[in-house]
Design a protein around this ligand. Structure first.
Ligand SMILES: *Cc1c(COP(=O)(O)O)cnc(C)c1O
Length: 232
């Protein structure tokens, strides 16, 4: 077993323990392995250990890695980083999911640019419940209108919400953010949007996110180790 294989095993054990403590079944929460800054060999080691879903923050880096792993069938690639409108085309052409949609213009471009031979691009709207105006993500006040508009785009499939709490040593504030995002998720479903994905929780706050109803945790350092450079 490689180090990455061992890490994956312990992160899944941790996730399943969190599910159990929250009274939720194991298969209620997926683990997305965030491979940003790590090369194709690291991804291959994770694949060898059974992992199939990977998250990337940077478009160019992600597209190169997707090409380098093209010989492996059945991988699922998620774009989880901030998106500029001039970078939407490679994302629409190469990724399976985009979790960081936070404005209609980006969603419209992704829908227009999604190739016809591929299934619809699976998307989450990133919400910002605790940050200032310069943080990525739509505000709760703008969320309902954006969700309705994104759900109507022909080549996108709106799956849910993604959130990243402000980094803080205080576990309580992450918990409060997760609880607020959960309320927004339930409110959208009460409007009939049929969302099934609540993407929240990372290496440092996975348990709190699972307790709040996360259905997908995004784990980078816990799987691949410390990053040589930071991303966000
Ligand atoms: C880097 C990143 C992660 C993973 O963070 P870790 O702390 O390494 O687990 C998750 N989500 C997003 C959006 C990220 O940018």
């Amino acid at each position: 077993m490689t180090t990455i294989g061992d890490n994956l095993q312990s992160q899944y054990a941790r996730l399943w323990r969190a599910c159990e403590q929250a009274g939720r079944p194991r298969d209620a929460v997926r683990l997305l392995a965030v491979s940003k800054t790590f090369g194709p060999d690291a991804v291959r080691a994770a694949v060898a250990a059974g992992q199939t879903a990977f998250g990337e923050n940077y478009v160019q880096e992600g597209v190169e890695k997707i090409a380098a792993l093209a010989d492996v069938a059945g991988l699922e690639w998620h774009c989880i980083g901030p998106l500029q409108s001039n970078k939407t085309r490679p994302v629409a052409e190469h990724f399976d999911w985009v979790q960081s949609v936070d404005r209609l213009k980006i969603a419209q471009r992704l829908s227009e640019q999604r190739p016809a031979h591929l299934p619809p691009l699976q998307v989450c709207i990133q919400v910002n419940v605790d940050g200032g105006a310069n943080k990525s993500g739509v505000t709760p006040a703008e969320l309902l209108a954006l969700a309705g508009a994104v759900a109507a785009l022909p080549r996108l499939k709106l799956r849910g919400l993604m959130a990243i709490p402000e980094p803080t040593p205080d576990a309580e504030s992450a918990r409060a953010v997760f609880a607020q995002v959960r309320v927004l998720f339930d409110a959208l479903n009460a409007q009939g949007l049929g969302l099934d994905t609540l993407s929240m929780g990372m290496s440092d706050d996975l348990e709190a996110a699972v307790a709040a109803g996360s259905t997908m945790v995004r784990v980078g350092r816990g799987v691949f180790g410390a990053r040589a450079y930071t991303s966000t």
